[in-house]
Design a protein around this ligand. Sequence first.
Ligand SMILES: Cc1cc2nc3c(=O)[nH]c(=O)nc-3n(C[C@H](O)[C@H](O)[C@H](O)COP(=O)(O)O)c2cc1C
Length: 240
Amino acid sequence: MNIGEKFLELTKYHHLSESDQSKELPCPPLETPQAGEAIVLPDPASLTTGAVSVVEAINKRRSRRKFSSRPISLEELSWLLWATQGVQKPGDIRTVRTVPSAGGRHPFDTYLAIANVSGLKPGLYRYLALSHQLVLIREDKDIDEIIAAICLNQQWIEGAAVTFIWVAVPYRSAWRYSERAWRYLWLDAGHVCQNLYLACEAIDAGCCAVNAYDDDALNQYLDLDGKSRFAIYLAPAGHK
Ligand SMILES: Cc1cc2nc3c(=O)[nH]c(=O)nc-3n(C[C@H](O)[C@H](O)[C@H](O)COP(=O)(O)O)c2cc1C
């Protein structure tokens, strides 16, 4: 069996270990805590420009790699974050959000490499979905070049206003689904990125999914151990 076949085999139900949830172990946090000063984001419902129909957004959706120098506004960023991870109903062991996730576990933390967002200094940020806030992790004026280099020198990424970086937290799902959770991480991430594609089209912006990157370099840049948390998917975005 190759590694892919082994993965499929070992994540079949008859191989699964008993989950920590069924052993009545405590539910892990629904969001990784992040120290730093919170930046309150505008209410996503306040965005009035650029609404398009779902039909139009689906029809227009393309992977876009050329961006204008027009910054993404804070309102627009708020909309894109809400569309990708926004919490509509909080809960103790599950949240209801704008995207589906197995068991409502939403095993992601959203990081943002911000280069050109009005009112925000270039740098690395975290989105706190439960409170719809941003936290600046560190300023970095070269962040666009660094992310492009980590993504195997995909130069076009340097033109993005903001790169969404989704970080997987496997135990958040594995607590409920044990080994089966590993299948869900990538499925759940796909839904998140698809919503970003559609939400971008609604504001005359675009994005492109990226999975070609140096895992170790990106995890190191984000200060992740690569096991309990690791970068799973990226999407640079900006105005067309
Ligand atoms: C899982 C995944 C990984 C991708 N990784 C990259 C990437 O690293 N770089 C890139 O330029 N495009 C990447 N893409 C974008 C695809 O090349 C693109 O979706 C495809 O060419 C179809 O074009 P369309 O999205 O405009 O329909 C990726 C897409 C997916 C779904």
